[in-house]
Design a binder for this molecule. Structure first.
Ligand code: FE2
Ligand code: FE2
Length: 139
């Protein structure tokens, strides 16, 4: 658990919250590297964020599949859209470096999306898991 300054909402389901905390720290580190302006560091940092996100999404998707969670399709689509967006900005970074457009995404839209996704999708999943008596992540 993080302090009251944590920039996202706890879902109440520990294994998901732990991963959100790690992702939140990785997102904050990305913002720092973007502000520092070293392209190679930004590249590595974003690569770490994308790996972490992909692994986290697959954990949530395994849980949804196991429980035959009704909003599963919609939630998985939100994950897919996010990953596609992140890979698009990763390609932009490779091509043109830290542009104002990339910076706006990494510093604004990306962490904003993370907070929104938790509220719009992960909270419902966590409640469903808790109601179903699931206490640990699969896999
Ligand atoms: Fe999540
Ligand atoms: Fe999710």
């Amino acid at each position: 658990m993080t302090s009251g300054s944590q920039p996202y909402t706890s879902t109440g389901f520990g294994p998901i919250d732990d991963e959100h905390e790690a992702l939140s720290l990785a997102l904050a580190a990305l913002v720092e590297t973007v502000n520092a302006g070293n392209v190679e560091e930004v590249r590595q940092s974003l690569d770490g964020v994308i790996r972490g996100v992909v692994s986290h999404f697959s954990h949530e998707e395994e849980l949804m599949a196991e429980l035959a969670y009704p909003p599963r399709k919609r939630h998985e689509e939100a994950h897919a859209v996010f990953v596609a967006d992140a890979r698009r900005f990763q390609a932009e970074l490779d091509k043109t470096g830290v542009t104002p457009n990339f910076r706006r995404w990494a510093v604004g839209r990306l962490p904003e999306w993370f907070r929104y996704h938790i509220l719009a999708h992960d909270m419902g999943l966590a409640q469903h898991l808790l109601k179903a008596g699931v206490t640990a992540a699969v896999g």
